[in-house]
Design a protein around this ligand. Structure first.
Ligand SMILES: C[S@@+](CC[C@H](N)C(=O)[O-])C[C@H]1O[C@@H](n2cnc3c(N)ncnc32)[C@H](O)[C@@H]1O
Length: 234
């Protein structure tokens, strides 16, 4: 059964495709995610998204950070952020993000998603200046074909809430199976992070839980506004 919040295939493809607009600032509670998965010293494969996803993993001490996204504009957004962090002070960084959100950059962005709530704090920004050195490796791929482009193992996989947009239990079970060869011992997959009321409506998730229980556990962690679903290999 699908959640009333999930989109059909066509609408999902309109929203997210090879050239879909990049988010300027993430609307995911990445601090909740970092507190949950504790990436210090870990090898991470994360959606590139707005670029904030790899940056927050860097801030939290991840060792290797590789990225993927269906949209090339996510790579552009991420590279702009890496370059900006190296050269700008916090106030100028904020202004640049504001101006990109206003549409002055030469690639499309989702104008609605500029939220200062999810911006790095000034102290986080200063730490990032020390930690960020070069652009992150980027794989342009759909989530469900991603395994075909992988050649190493990871400790953490971060998938935002991509599954929500075309939720099908069979598809997600297939995704998890295809990723197994690329999971280190005790690897974690963050399958979902967003407001919790959405995920709770998805009955199909129970099917996934019962299917993967032979080799993985499924847990939910929530704070006041968002919830994350973490699959942990056993
Ligand atoms: C899922 S969106 C973020 C969603 C946001 N938190 C929300 O609630 O709408 C994060 C990133 O996932 C990418 N994305 C969406 N569907 C994808 C797919 N099937 N495969 C790979 N990346 C995808 C988007 O391009 C975007 O950069």
């Amino acid at each position: 059964m699908k959640s009333k919040y999930s989109l059909n295939k066509e609408t999902a493809a309109e929203l997210f495709n090879k050239n879909s607009p990049a988010y300027v600032i993430s609307n995911e509670d990445l601090r909740l995610v970092m507190n949950t998965v504790k990436p210090n010293g870990k090898d991470v494969l994360t959606v590139a998204g707005s670029g904030d996803q790899p940056l927050f993993f860097q801030l939290a001490g991840a060792k290797i950070i590789d990225t993927f996204d269906i949209s090339i504009n996510s790579k552009r957004m991420m590279n702009v952020k890496v370059a900006a962090i190296k050269s700008l002070n916090y106030d100028d960084y904020y202004d640049v993000m504001k101006s990109i959100a206003g549409g002055s950059a030469d690639f499309p962005v989702k104008k609605t998603y500029l939220s200062s709530y999810y911006m790095p704090l000034k102290s986080e920004y200063m730490a990032l200046k020390e930690k960020v050195n070069k652009p992150y490796n980027f794989i342009q791929s759909d989530l469900y074909s991603l395994y075909k482009n992988l050649n190493k193992k990871y400790d953490i996989f971060y998938f935002s809430n991509i599954i929500q947009y075309d939720f099908e239990a069979k598809k997600i079970i297939g995704l998890l199976n295809n990723l197994r060869p690329f999971m280190n011992n005790n690897a974690l997959i963050v399958l979902y992070v967003a407001p919790y009321f959405i995920m709770e409506e998805i009955e199909g998730f129970r099917k996934i839980q019962s299917y993967v229980k032979k080799w993985a556990g499924v847990n939910f962690v929530r704070n006041s506004s968002q919830m994350t679903c973490v699959v942990k290999s056993l």
